[in-house]
Design a binder for this molecule. Structure first.
Ligand SMILES: [Zn+2]
Length: 104
């Protein structure tokens, strides 16, 4: 068992679990139960964690998680209509030919 990710939102951990399972990676959520005893448990112990069952899956799982978190911050990429180059979402102009997204 290896820890892949932690997130204060259980919903986010649940989402990642779904994504990893779809990729064929068995994983479990820890600290899922937050009910009761909050005064006695240090807060850090209550943050939901995602663990892979097989250590061999760790690297692949981390890459998928990174991809998920990176993708959440940026809009999806776009393809330049001038030269056909694919650009990342944060760029408003094509890095290849300088045409702005939306230019004919
Ligand atoms: Zn272009």
């Amino acid at each position: 068992m290896k820890r892949v990710a932690t997130h204060e939102l259980l919903a986010e951990i649940g989402h990642l679990k779904n994504v990893l399972e779809q990729a064929g990676i068995a994983c479990v959520v820890r600290n899922e139960q937050l009910s009761g005893g909050l005064g006695e448990i240090p807060f850090i112990d209550c943050i939901p964690e995602l663990w892979v069952v097989r250590d061999d899956d760790l690297e692949r799982a981390r890459a998928i998680v990174e991809q998920q978190w990176r993708g959440a911050d940026e809009s999806s990429g776009w393809r330049c209509r001038n030269c056909g180059e694919s650009n990342e979402g944060q760029f408003s102009a094509c890095w290849q030919c300088g045409k702005a997204d939306g230019d004919a």
